[in-house]
Design a protein around this ligand. Structure first.
Ligand code: FE2
Length: 423
């Protein structure tokens, strides 16, 4: 007798299988004959590992309009507005906004999030708030925290010290923002410093790296060198990497093999970078997304990150990683069926790999975290961004939703139900 069986669903690789769950583990995947306390019929539905977001800013989430909207729409005005908000927002306010967002996330099947926490202010209220949120959501959502010196490691008097204080408080990933340091040299030095910090403490490392349209912002080169030097491999991730969009092709032909050699991963954030980058251009306007397909072709694991929802940098967002993948697919022109399927894997399997969540997946022994989508397959899931009918986290059903079909009563036509999906 199993606790739960999800019956007859279509897996992202096209197999039709039952998934049997006991406790917080998947026990069987295939044709399951035994009984269960609860059986969920997923016939004709897509059953997938959960969505994962490897790049987010939960200390700022759902703060759109505070203290006022970002009128220019630029990264720099966003940073300036956030600089005001972080001085007035209380721990309780940040916890409440973040928990509300986590509820949205769970209902969307998003069960793991890596969030960068601004360590610039000496009060570290954002760090305290996010550590509390991590504790509260731990039973159902994996929240990883990055010590993120938003205003630069060396550009403020206590920038470096506060990163260390945050790590000592329990933040588990080292951050960085080399392109925002005062000079290229200080940016490179910050990377050497932070890589040592991550290596010495045995931590992961995730850097906001080259989030600029300047083709000469080449900090990713230094980052890859430090990842190789310390053997960090996929424990290190380069977030954004937007300057690669504008770099000279000859230089990139040297750079990508160095990134691949290091084993580091890459996290572009298409919703944000398609809106924030290229703002200094007239026409043509650059897209400001890193070279996704080219990195993947070299063997680099590339995920899609969400970055922001309703905050000083981004005025929309629904906590749906399928929206993120949908935008990424368009901007990176990943339109071949295999590329579209890859985009779905990027927001599930590849993002889990980037976050080191190796016990997620639809196989016996894996953690019983998955979702049932009202779509026939992974590509249709991207087309429809459909309802998450059931979300299961660590063996427990944490969200359920009725199908959202339309009832048509057209003059001269029999009443019909229009199902959104084709399958
Ligand atoms: Fe970010």
């Amino acid at each position: 007798m199993f606790d739960l069986i999800v019956k007859g669903g279509t897996l992202p690789d096209g197999r039709v299988a039952d998934i049997a769950i006991t406790g917080d583990r998947i026990v069987e995947v295939g044709r399951v004959q035994a009984e269960a306390r609860r059986v969920i019929d997923a016939t004709g539905d897509l059953v997938s590992p959960p969505l994962v977001d490897p790049h987010f800013h939960m200390d700022a989430v759902l703060s759109y309009g505070l203290p006022r909207i970002n009128a220019s729409g630029t990264l720099l005005e966003g940073i300036s507005l956030w600089g005001e908000l972080r001085e007035t927002a209380t721990v309780d306010e940040m916890v409440a906004r973040a928990l509300r967002y986590c509820d949205w996330a769970v209902s969307m099947g998003l069960l793991a999030i890596r969030t960068h926490v601004d360590t610039t202010p000496d009060h570290l209220r954002g760090v305290d708030a996010m550590l509390e949120v991590k504790r509260l959501v731990a039973p159902y959502l994996d929240l990883q925290l990055v010590a993120f010196p938003q205003d630069g490691l060396y550009r403020t008097r206590t920038g470096r010290e506060n990163v260390i204080r945050a790590l000592d408080k329990g933040v588990e990933i080292v951050g960085g923002i080399p392109h925002f340091e005062r000079t290229m040299e200080e940016g490179a030095e910050s990377l050497r410093d932070l890589a040592r910090m991550a290596a010495d403490r045995g931590l992961m490392w995730d850097v906001h790296c080259d989030e600029t349209d300047d083709p000469l912002s080449r900090h990713v080169e230094t980052m890859a060198r430090e990842v190789t030097r310390h053997g960090l491999g996929r424990r290190a991730a380069g977030s954004h990497l937007t300057s690669m969009h504008s770099m000279d092709n000859y230089y990139v032909s040297k750079l990508i093999p160095l990134i691949a050699e290091s084993g580091m991963t890459a996290i572009p954030n298409p919703l944000i970078n398609i809106t924030l980058q290229g703002r200094h251009d007239s026409f043509p306007k650059r897209r400001g997304l890193t070279r996704v397909k080219e990195l993947q072709a070299a063997g680099v694991t590339v995920g899609w990150g969400q970055d922001c929802v309703l905050d000083p940098w981004y005025s929309l967002g629904t906590a749906d990683m399928l929206d993120v993948a949908f935008m990424g697919l368009h901007v990176a022109q990943m339109t071949h069926p295999e590329e579209m399927a890859r985009c779905f894997r990027m927001v599930t399997e590849d993002n889990a790999r980037i976050m080191g969540l190796d016990d997620l997946g639809l196989r016996p022994g894996a953690r019983a975290s998955l979702m049932v989508l009202d779509a026939a397959n992974a590509v249709e899931a991207l087309r429809l961004r459909p309802d998450r009918l059931v979300v299961i986290s660590n063996g427990r059903v944490v969200s359920e939703k009725a199908r959202n079909d339309s009832r048509l009563t057209l003059p001269g036509r029999p009443a019909t139900v229009r199902r959104r999906k084709d399958g």
